[in-house]
Design a protein around this ligand. Sequence first.
Ligand SMILES: [Fe+2]
Ligand SMILES: [Fe+2]
Length: 165
Amino acid sequence: MIREKTLEDLFHDTLKDIYYAERKILKTLPKMARAASSPELKAAFEKHKDETEGQVERLQQVFELIGKRAQGKTCDAIEGIVAEGEEIIENFKGSPAIDAGLISSAQAVEHYEITRYGTLKRWAEVLGLTDVAALLQQTLAEETQTDKSLTALADKSANAIAKAA
Ligand SMILES: [Fe+2]
Ligand SMILES: [Fe+2]
């Protein structure tokens, strides 16, 4: 008889999804930092790259806590979001609108992460995995803060610079 799939299986599959996504983002953030025009936005991407390294390690801890091997599973959503970001770099590089465009694609990434970590954290709580939920909450807080900082940068200058062009 085939074993019925449970919330544990969903949790494990989704963990593999975000593990793949985080490692993809880790490779993408330096490209975004290079493409950014304002030093502040470059610094924001570099800071989040460092944070993302910590987030990958946190996920490895989560795999360990649930007794599974750290393993990714191709995440089509992040592939698509990153591909759109690369398109923005290609089409807007060197133009006054580049930073506004980079912020928009970075925020698409953050929102994807926020939905994933929000779900995983809630599932961890339901499964009684208190330590796992705490780790996921730490990352969720970083993603939420990154999203807010990006909004602040857009409001402060990037949108106005893009518009004045
Ligand atoms: Fe992340
Ligand atoms: Fe992030």
